[in-house]
Design a protein around this ligand. Structure first.
Ligand code: NDP
Length: 246
């Protein structure tokens, strides 16, 4: 496998860590961003203990200038970014009639506008080199909607609109753009949901359990490989059968 430079946003989180591990395990040079230096240092040490060296750059994905700088720093150290995984995300759940403007914009900025902020500085290089892999981590709730998540569902559905437009614009340049839409995965984001609500969610999953971060990472790695060159504009639902719509 050709060794490439991969940028995984939100790499220090539950799903992000699994993606970092998987891509590093395939021999890629992997980079990620962080916000909190103490948390980042603890994570970096844990990865180093596993033998994984990650290029870590401070940067908020909501800040376009910080993202452009982040990409420059990563490219100076590891070479051009060939694989981008737009994974950083947050939830700010509440029913829409109680939702504040801040809850709306925080979620749209972190999940959707970040795709612009991070993809824009890497796309021209990918086009010039005629190779690239871009994967958005969306969500089952961007496909089916979710009570209390008008902000998150809008952002996650928007990510797939972004995917299919970018896929069309860049197909001739050897760049594939795809979406992975996980169902409920047992990371901090989902473990923050009250236990009785989580139990009700699991009861709706035909496979009968939450997903594992590695199961999402496996799909991301599939999309980023050389052999996936003919798959672009796709949305892969990985949700234990929780939602089987188109
Ligand atoms: P985590 O909360 O574990 O991780 C989120 C990561 O995103 C963290 O590294 C966090 O960094 C980073 N992040 C958040 N906001 C910003 C920001 N403004 N700038 C830079 N980094 C930021 O979440 P998961 O691993 O569970 O989720 C990963 C992705 O998968 C998200 O996009 C989520 O929406 C999606 N997803 C998750 C599902 C699940 O069941 N867990 C289901 C479907 C989709 P920091 O430590 O600084 O906060």
């Amino acid at each position: 496998m050709t060794q490439r430079t991969a940028l995984v946003t939100g790499g220090t989180g539950g799903i992000g860590s699994a993606i970092v591990r998987y891509l590093a395990g395939q021999g890629h040079r992997v980079a990620t961003n962080y916000r909190n230096p103490d948390k980042a240092e603890a994570w970096r040490k844990a990865m180093a203990a596993e033998g994984i060296d990650v290029c870590m750059v401070q940067g908020d994905v909501c800040d376009p200038d910080a993202c452009a700088t982040m990409v420059r720093v990563i490219e100076a150290r590891y070479g051009p970014v060939d694989i981008l995984v737009n994974n950083a995300g947050i939830t700010r759940d509440t029913t829409f009639h109680k939702m504040t403007y801040q809850q709306w914009t925080d979620v749209i900025n972190t999940n959707l506008n970040a795709c612009f902020n991070v993809t824009r500085p890497v796309i021209e290089g990918m086009r010039a080199r005629k190779w690239g892999r871009i994967v958005q981590i969306s969500s089952i709730n961007g496909q089916k909607g979710q009570y209390g998540q008008a902000n998150y569902a809008a952002a996650k559905a928007g990510m797939h609109g972004f995917t299919i437009s970018l896929a069309q614009e860049n197909a001739k340049f050897g760049i594939t753009v795809n979406t992975v839409s996980p169902g409920y995965v047992g990371t901090d984001m989902v473990m923050a949901v009250p236990e009785e609500v989580r139990e009700k969610i699991v009861a709706q999953i035909p496979v009968g359990r939450l997903g594992k971060p590695e199961e999402i990472a496996h799909a991301v790695a599939f999309f980023t490989g050389d052999q996936a060159a003919w798959i672009t504009g796709a949305n892969l639902a990985i949700n234990g059968g929780h939602y089987m719509g188109w």
